[in-house]
Design a protein around this ligand. Structure first.
Ligand code: ADP
Ligand code: MG
Length: 448
């Protein structure tokens, strides 16, 4: 059985071989591009303006035909016999939503694709409503797409493609021009679709985004693949990134500076969480905790976590260390020779699995159960990821402490001693559990 799944997991959905494209004015936009996206993967094509990202993506569903080389979609060359199927199975979201949205209302726009698939009027309506709900844009249904904000337009454009239920989603710069909230929401939607098994291919010139999100990265430059590989490898190569005309992810830059100063070690981190693991210091700056219990240089101290901060008290149990210089309550002291596992102070993470949109969404959730859990578990940091989880929180009037980068921020909070509750939509709950397990933090999962 394993063999079967391995083969299935590695099946490529899109593959180009020495792909060439020259525009009619003679511009050679792609030369010798070898690209591959496997089923269920998250692939980012990273490159500066004019590097050929859009031209490459237009090939993926036969919008333009190569002038040289080959492209295979689901193992087949694109021909007039299969182009309709390919266009349905590979959904392309344009960089500029205005080139995609044209119906007089959002609802009609979302109904357009399903209608073209030949669904009955009732099914078309059902599909459009479902997508409105999934993208949490019910309020926009009757609006003219032309009157939406940039972020809303992008959301509707993605929704319109998702309504066709493609297996592969190709998005040309899905986050360009969006604010932080818009970027987070968009990437969460993509993660949710990916958790449902869809292959996601995006283009971007944002190294931070690609580093944090992609399973695999292609760097395009002047129409050629400069390099491809897993993010850890790509960003470990300092020269490569510069030569490709790209910026290093902030976290990688920070790590390099820390490493140069002997503070960090190990492999290039791709997230704040990995970065924390790279830091290795001899002497720590820690707060003195107890009134009337001054600490002097050379004293044995033991460390604890209080309100998310390390504190030192006199003693030699648990995590031990030695004071380098002393201080009074509330003052910082320096501690060296720290011995013991700080992770024992980590809080618990409770993952609450909210039914995903395809499982009925937040409407299918048992609200009383949620209230019970929240009553039982006071003083938690709360985060929500995915549409149905966020809709549920809104409906219940629960305020989120963690809104961005929920998995990572939740784990960081737990490592600082806080207990954390993460509401996660559908399949994303498994992803949270996996990450939390990797970091060896205690957790439990409650399915609503
Ligand atoms: N319709 C077109 N006609 C001629 N040249 C084009 C056309 N569209 C794009 N190009 C050129 O092809 C190259 C790649 O462009 P594009 O694929 O849009 O890059 P990216 O999406 O990475 O910014 C650029 O040099 C661009 O000027
Ligand atoms: Mg482009």
């Amino acid at each position: 059985m394993t063999g079967f799944y391995e083969v299935k997991a590695k099946m490529n959905v899109i593959k180009t071989i020495e792909l060439e494209y020259t525009y009619s004015d003679g511009t050679n936009a792609l030369s010798g591009v070898n690209f591959e996206a496997n089923a269920g993967e998250r692939v980012a094509v990273l490159g500066p303006n004019g590097s050929g990202k859009t031209t490459l993506f237009y090939h993926f569903n036969g919008l333009i035909m190569q002038t040289g080389g080959e492209i295979k979609v689901f193992g087949e060359n694109i021909s007039k016999d299969n182009i309709d199927t390919i266009r349905r199975r590979v959904g392309l979201v344009f960089q500029d939503p205005d080139s995609q949205l044209f119906a007089p209302t959002v609802l009609e726009d979302l109904a357009f694709g399903p209608k073209n698939l030949g669904l009955s009027q009732a099914d078309v309506e059902k599909k459009a409503r479902e997508v409105l709900h999934r993208f949490d844009i019910e309020k926009l249904a009757q609006k003219n797409p032309a009157n939406l904000s940039g972020g809303q337009k992008k959301r509707v454009a993605i929704a319109g493609v998702v309504a066709m239920e493609p297996d592969v989603l190709v998005l040309d710069e899905p986050t360009s021009g969006l604010d932080v909230r818009g970027v987070t929401d968009t990437m969460e939607i993509l993660d949710e679709l990916n958790a449902e098994g869809k292959t996601i291919i995006i283009s971007t010139h944002d190294s931070d985004l690609a580093a944090a999100w992609a399973d695999r990265i292609y760097i395009l430059n002047k129409g050629e693949v400069f390099r491809s590989g897993v993010p850890g490898h790509i960003f470990a190569d300092e020269k490569l990134i510069m030569e490709a005309g790209l910026k290093h992810p902030v976290i990688v830059q920070t790590f390099r500076e820390f490493r140069a100063r002997g503070i960090s070690k190990g492999e290039v981190p791709l997230s704040v969480l990995d970065f924390m693991g790279s830091v290795d210091v001899e002497v720590m700056n820690v707060r003195c905790a107890i009134a009337g219990c001054d600490i002097s240089a050379g004293d044995d101290v033991c460390l604890k976590i209080k309100d998310g901060m390390l504190v030192a008290i006199k003693g030699s149990t648990g995590v031990k260390g030695k004071a380098v210089f002393g201080g009074k309550k509330g003052e910082d002291i320096a501690v060296k020779d720290v011995n013991g596992d700080l992770q024992q102070f980590a809080g618990n993470i409770t993952i609450i699995r909210v039914p995903g949109i395809i499982e009925g969404g937040s409407r299918a959730a048992d609200i009383e159960n949620v209230r019970d859990i929240l009553d039982r578990e006071k003083n938690h940091k709360i985060g929500a990821m995915g549409t149905s989880a966020k809709v549920l929180m809104n409906r219940m009037g629960i305020r989120c402490d963690i809104e961005f980068d929920v998995i990572q921020s939740g784990i960081l909070a737990a490592l600082r001693g806080f207990n954390v509750i993460v509401f996660a939509s559908g399949g994303m709950a498994d992803r949270v559990a996996e990450k939390v397990r990797e970091k060896k933090i205690n957790y439990s999962v409650i399915a609503l």
